[in-house]
Write a protein that binds this ligand. Structure first.
Ligand code: NAP
Ligand code: MG
Length: 404
C-alpha cells in the first residue's frame, strides 16, 4: 500500500508524562504506517521549555500562524512541586495560556460520543461543543469591601478629559462593590472564532447571555455577535445549511437539556466556566473530551482536554501496567489531519482521519477499551486493555478498514 502524502506540514507540539508516551505510540502505530507524516516538530516537554527559557512555546505558536493547523500533546503547567521535580529555572506560564495569548484564540471543548458510553442526559445524541470567552468580566475585576454608609460610583475618564459617572448605590451600611469590563476587540475576536468554528464543523451556533437584565453590558455582546453574523457570516452559514441564533441564558440552559445536541454553544467567561465542567461530566469522561483552539484569523490547534495523567506515568516509570485512554489524543491528531486535508484539498488525508476515528470508536464498541471506560460502559462483555494493547487493537480495526 502506498502511503498518503501531505503537501503542508502540521505543527506538532509534543508534551509531557503519560501523554508523551501515548503520543509516540499513536504516531508509530496509527499514523506513520499509513501517512508519509509531514510535521514541523516542537518539543514542548518541560525539559525543552526550560532549556529554551520557554522560547520553544512561542516558536510553536508562531509556526501555527504560519501553517494554520497544529496538534498539541498535553503539557505540564509548572507549580512549585514541578519546579523542584524538574529543577526548573523558573515557574513558566501555562503553554496553553502562552499559545492562546499569541493566537488570540477561543477554546472549544467537544465530547466524543460512543455507543455504550452514554451521556447522563438521555436526549443527547450528538456532541454539544462549548465555547467560553477567555477574557475579562469577573476574571479581571476590581472589588471593594464597603465598610459603611457612603456612595459608590462608576466613573470613566476619556483621554480628552470628559468624565462620565453613574451612581451604583447609596450605601446606608456595609456592603461590597465590583467593577468589571470587557473590550469590543476581545468580544469581536471571540465572536469571530465562534463563527469560524461553527462553520468548520457545519453546525448551528448558539450564543446566550443575560441581556434582559444587563441592558448595556450583556446587550453589547449580543449586538456584536448579531452584527458580525449579519455582515460577514449569514451567507456562509446559509450556504452550508446552518444558522446562528441568540437566546437568553436561562432559556438556552432549558433548551440544551431537551436538545439532541449537535451544535456549538458560545458563552461569556463565567457562564462558560461553570457550564463547561457540567457538560464535560455529563458526557461521561474527561478522557473523551477534545479541545480546539480557534483564532479569529482562522488558525486551528487541536488537543485533548485532559492533562498529562501524572499518576499513570509514575506507574509506567515503575514498570507497572497502565491503562491510559488515548482516544482524545487520537482525535486531536485526526482533527488536525482532517483540517489540514480540507485546507490543502487533500481528500485522502481527510478520508484517513475519518477511518481512524471510526476504527477507534468501533474498537471500543466491540468491547475493547481502557479501564476508565470499562468502569462506566453499558456494554456487557468488556475486555480491559493496557495503554499499548488498546492502541494495537485500534490498529487491527484500522488495518481491516484500510484494506477493505
Ligand atoms: P489529568 O492529567 O487530567 O488527570 C487527572 C485524572 O483523570 C487522572 O489521574 C486519571 O484518573 C484521569 N484521567 C485523565 N485523563 C485520562 C486518560 N486519558 N485516561 C485515563 N484516565 C485519565 O490531570 P492532573 O493529573 O491533575 O494533571 C497532570 C498535569 O497535567 C499537571 O501538571 C497539569 O498542569 C497538566 N494539565 C495539562 C493540560 C493541558 O496541557 N491541556 C490540561 C490539564 C492539566 P485516575 O488516576 O483515577 O485513573
Ligand atoms: Mg472551571
Amino acid at each position: 500500500m502506498q502511503k498518503i502524502q501531505m503537501t503542508t506540514p502540521l505543527v506538532e507540539m509534543d508534551g509531557d508524562e503519560m501523554t508523551r508516551i501515548i503520543w509516540k505510540m499513536i504516531k508509530d502505530n496509527l499514523l506513520s504506517p499509513y501517512i508519509d507524516l509531514k510535521t514541523e516538530y516542537y518539543d514542548l516537554g518541560l525539559k525543552k521549555r526550560d532549556e529554551t527559557d520557554d522560547q520553544i512555546t512561542i516558536d510553536a505558536a508562531e509556526a501555527t500562524k504560519k501553517y494554520g493547523v497544529a496538534v498539541k500533546c498535553a503539557t505540564i503547567t509548572p507549580n512549585a512541586a514541578r519546579v523542584e521535580e524538574y529543577h526548573l529555572k523558573k515557574m513558566y506560564k501555562s503553554p496553553n495560556g502562552t499559545i492562546r495569548a499569541l493566537l488570540d484564540g477561543t477554546v472549544f471543548r467537544a465530547p466524543i460520543l460512543i455507543k455504550g458510553i452514554e451521556p447522563y442526559v438521555r436526549s443527547w445524541k450528538k456532541p454539544i461543543t462549548m465555547a467560553r470567552h477567555a477574557y475579562g468580566d469577573v476574571y479581571k475585576n476590581s472589588e471593594i469591601r464597603v465598610p459603611g454608609a457612603g456612595t459608590a460610583e462608576i466613573i470613566f475618564t476619556a483621554e480628552d478629559g470628559t468624565v462620565t459617572r453613574k451612581t451604583i448605590h447609596k450605601f446606608t451600611g456595609p456592603g461590597i462593590i465590583q467593577g468589571i469590563h470587557n473590550t469590543d476587540k476581545s468580544i469581536e475576536g471571540f465572536a469571530r472564532s465562534c463563527f469560524e468554528y461553527a462553520l468548520s464543523v457545519k453546525q448551528d451556533l448558539w450564543f446566550s447571555c443575560k441581556d434582559t437584565i444587563s441592558k448595556t453590558y450583556d446587550t453589547h455582546f449580543k449586538e456584536i455577535f448579531q452584527k458580525l453574523y449579519d455582515e460577514e457570516y449569514k451567507e456562509k452559514f446559509e450556504a452550508v445549511g446552518t444558522t446562528y441564533f441568540y437566546t437568553l441564558i436561562d432559556d438556552a440552559v432549558a433548551r440544551v437539556m431537551r436538545s439532541e445536541g449537535g451544535f456549538v454553544w458560545a458563552l461569556k467567561n463565567y457562564d462558560g466556566d461553570v457550564m463547561s465542567d457540567m457538560m464535560a461530566s455529563s458526557f461521561g469522561s474527561l478522557a473523551l473530551m477534545t479541545s480546539i483552539l480557534v483564532s479569529p484569523a482562522g488558525y486551528f490547534e487541536y488537543e485533548a482536554a485532559h492533562g498529562t495523567v501524572q499518576r499513570h506515568y509514575y506507574k509506567y516509570l515503575k514498570g507497572e501496567k497502565t491503562s491510559t485512554n488515548s482516544v482524545a489524543t487520537i482525535f486531536a491528531w485526526t482533527g488536525a489531519l482532517r483540517k489540514r486535508g480540507e485546507l490543502d484539498g487533500n481528500q485522502a488525508l481527510q478520508d484517513f482521519a475519518d477511518k481512524l476515528d471510526e476504527a477507534t470508536l468501533e474498537t471500543i464498541e466491540s468491547g475493547k477499551m481502557t479501564g476508565d471506560l470499562a468502569l462506566i460502559t453499558t456494554i456487557p462483555e468488556v475486555q480491559k486493555l493496557g495503554t499499548e494493547e488498546f492502541i494495537f487493537a485500534i490498529r487491527e480495526t484500522l488495518d481491516k478498514k484500510m484494506n477493505a
